[in-house]
Design a protein around this ligand. Sequence first.
Ligand SMILES: [Zn+2]
Length: 371
Amino acid sequence: MAAAGLRPYDAHMANLDPRTLRDLLHAMPKAELHLHLDGSLRIDTALDIARTRGIDAPLTYAGMRGVLVGPEQSVDQAALLAAFDLPIALMQDEDALERIAADMVVDKAGDNVRYAEIRWAPLLHVDEGLTGRDVVEAVWRGASGAAVGRDIEVRLIATLMRSHAPERNLEFVRDMAMYGIPDGLVAVDLAGQEARFPDPELHREAIELARAIGLHVTMHAGEWGGAAQVRRSLALNPERIAHGPLAIEDPLLVAELIARGTWLDLCPTSNVQASIVPSIEAHPLARLLHAGVRVTLNTDDLTVSDITLSQEYARAVERIGLTLPELWAMDLAALDAAFCEPEVAAQLQAEFVAWGAGIPELGGEDISQRA
Ligand SMILES: [Zn+2]
C-alpha cells in the first residue's frame, strides 16, 4: 500500500543522479536539533578511553564497533538503549567528556551541520565524583572549543532521565536556579525507557522549574506507547517533542500538534532501529509534514544509528519520498525551532537562504513550512 501523501520525484529531480544528490545534501548547510552525545562516540576515541582508563570493553576496532553500533532493528526501545551502556561507562571524567564533545562538533562541522543542539543526561556521568554541573561544563568546554573556526554554532540540552527519581532531576535543576545556568545550556529534555517509566508527570516540578528559570523544554515521547504517549507529554507543554512519529495515527492529536505549534524532531533511521516503525519507507515523516505538523529531520545518534545527517537527508528523499524543496524548507524551518538566541538563528537562516538561492533544485526560497 502506498503511503498517503507520498509523492513521486518532481520533474526537476529527474536529472539528479544519486551521486549528485549526495554531494548536494553533504554541501547543504544543515541544522540538527535531536542528537545524543552518548550515542555518537567515535570508535577510535572509545578504544582510547577504554584502554587508558582500564574499562572493560572490546579492544579491537571491530569489537568496539560491534558494541557501539546498534542493530538495524531491535525488539523495542529498551533493547536499543543497551547500546548506551558502554558509552556512559566511558564518559565519567572531564577529559573524556570534553574530548567526546569536541569530536562530535568536528564531525558535525565536517558534514556541514552549521547549527547543532547536543543533548545527553549529565546525571548519568557522576559515577566517579563529578557533579551534574561539572559534566555540563566539561561538555561545553569541548564543544565550544571545537566550534571555534569551524563555522558551526552549538548549544546544549540537558536530558533528565525518566528512570531517575524525580527529586534527583529536581535537585539538578534547582542547582541551576540557585547558581545560574551553565554556559551553552539552553534546554532540558526528558528521555529514557518509556515502557518502564511511562509517566512524564512525575518530573513536572523539575520541568516547570527549568522553564521558570528561562530554559526551553523538549521531551522524548512515543518511542513506546504510540500516539497516546505523545498526547500524554503535551500536558507538560514541551515546545518540541523528540520522536512521536505515531502521532500520525491519531487525527485529533495531529490537529492538536498543529494548533499548539509543537515540533516533532524526527529520526527515521533510529525509529526503525527501535521498531517504532517497520521500515524507513513506512516512516510518517512525509505524511506528518503534508498534514501540516511542524517537523525537523535528525539522526538521533551518529554511532548507534551509524549514520550522518546528510545520509539521513538522502534517505528522506530516496526512501520516504520528500522532494528536495520540501527537505530544504524543513532544514530552514529547523532554525525557527532552534533553542538558541533568535538573532543567532536569524543570522544562520539568512546564510542558509543565501546558499540555497543559487541552487534551482531547492526551489529557490520556498519556505512554505514556516509559520
Ligand atoms: Zn533521542
